[in-house]
Design a protein around this ligand. Structure first.
Ligand SMILES: NC(=O)C1=CN([C@@H]2O[C@H](COP(=O)(O)OP(=O)(O)OC[C@H]3O[C@@H](n4cnc5c(N)ncnc54)[C@H](OP(=O)(O)O)[C@@H]3O)[C@@H](O)[C@H]2O)C=CC1
Ligand SMILES: O=C(O)[C@@H]1CCC=N1
Length: 249
C-alpha cells in the first residue's frame, strides 16, 4: 500500500526516504535504505508508518529519534491507535489515515483522523498528502476511522470479490472468460459512473429505473436479495472487518 501512495505523494515538493529490508528498487529521486542504521543521524519532518500493525511495537520505537522537532507521524496502519503509535514514537503527534488500494490509480478514498497534539499545519499537510491520492474525508474519532477502515479501507477487497463471483456466474451462463470480464467490469464501471453523475438520486431509485415490472431485472433481483440475504451478508462483512480493526488497536 505504501508504494501505491508514494507514486502519487511524489507529485508534492517533499523528499522521500524508504526504509524496507527487502525492497530492491525505489522510484527515481527516492532514497532507499535497508535498515534504520543507515539513517540513524537523519531527522525527518514526517515519519510514515506503512508496516503491518502487528509489527509496530517492535519496529517503531527505534525511529522516535528520527523525527524532527516539529515533526509528526502519519500512519496508514489499520486499527493501530494514535495512543499506541504516539507511545511507540516517544510522544510524537500522530495523524492516522486509512487509504484504499485504488490510490494506485489516483482514485483512492481515504479517511483522515488528527490525533491529540496535532497542529493545524500538520493536519492540513496530511490531508493534502491524501488528496494527492484521490478523495480524502476527515473523520472525528478513532472509532470512526476504524469504521471507515471496514467500509473503504477493506472495501476494494469486497468489490473485487463481488466482481470475481459475477464474472464466474457470467462464465457459467456461457460466456468466454474475456467476454465475461468485459461485460461485468463494463457494467460495473458504467453503473458507478451513473450513480456518481446523479448524486441527488437515491440508489434505490436508480435501481428501480432498470427494473421493468415482470421483467428480467426483477427476476434477477429477487434471486439476489429478495430475502434480504445480500443485505445481511454485507452487514456481517463490515461488522467483521470493524471487529478486526478493534482487535488491532
Ligand atoms: N493493502 C491495503 O489495501 C491497505 C493496507 N493498509 C495498511 O498498510 C500497511 C501495509 O499493508 P500492506 O501494504 O498490505 O502490507 P505489505 O506487507 O505489502 O507491506 C508492508 C511493508 O513493510 C515492509 N517491512 C517489513 N518489515 C519492515 C521493517 N522492519 N522496517 C521497514 N519496513 C518493513 C514490508 O517489507 P517485506 O515485504 O519485506 O515484509 C513491506 O514492504 C498495513 O499497516 C495495513 O494495515 C491500509 C489501507 C489499505
Ligand atoms: O486488510 C487489511 O488489514 C488492510 C487494511 C485495509 C485494507 N487492507
Amino acid at each position: 500500500m505504501g508504494g501505491a501512495l508514494l507514486d502519487h505523494w511524489m507529485s508534492g515538493g517533499e523528499n522521500f526516504t524508504i526504509v524496507d529490508p527487502m525492497l530492491e528498487q525505489a522510484p527515481d529521486n527516492v532514497r532507499l535504505v535497508k535498515d534504520r542504521a543507515a539513517i540513524a543521524d537523519d531527522r525527518f519532518d514526517t515519519i510514515i508508518v506503512a508496516i503491518k500493525p502487528q509489527m509496530i511495537d517492535d519496529v517503531l520505537p527505534d525511529y522516535a529519534a528520527n523525527l524532527g522537532d516539529d515533526g509528526y507521524v502519519l500512519s496508514i496502519a489499520a486499527g493501530a491507535s494514535a495512543a499506541r503509535l504516539k507511545k511507540a514514537m516517544g510522544g510524537a503527534p500522530v495523524v492516522r489515515v486509512m487509504p484504499n488500494l485504488p490510490a494506485a490509480v489516483g482514485k483512492g478514498t481515504s479517511g483522515v483522523l488528527a490525533g491529540p497534539d496535532v497542529s493545524e499545519a500538520q493536519a492540513s499537510h496530511a490531508m493534502e498528502m491524501m488528496q494527492r491520492t484521490g478523495t480524502a474525508i476527515a473523520v472525528e474519532s478513532e472509532d470512526m476511522l476504524d469504521r471507515a477502515t471496514a467500509v473503504a479501507g477493506s472495501g476494494p477487497g469486497y468489490v473485487f470479490e463481488i466482481a470475481r463471483a459475477y464474472v464466474a456466474a457470467a462464465e457459467e451462463l456461457g460466456f468466454a472468460p474475456d467476454q465475461a470480464r468485459a461485460l461485468v467490469l463494463g457494467t460495473m464501471e458504467g453503473t458507478i459512473a451513473m450513480a456518481l453523475a446523479n448524486p441527488d438520486t437515491a440508489l434505490e431509485d436508480l435501481r428501480n429505473s432498470v427494473t421493468s415490472k415482470g421483467g428480467t431485472t426483477a427476476a434477477g433481483l429477487d434471486a439476489l436479495n429478495g430475502d434480504g440475504g445480500l443485505s445481511d451478508t454485507l452487514s456481517a462483512t463490515l461488522q467483521s472487518a470493524y471487529d478486526r480493526a478493534v482487535e488491532l488497536r
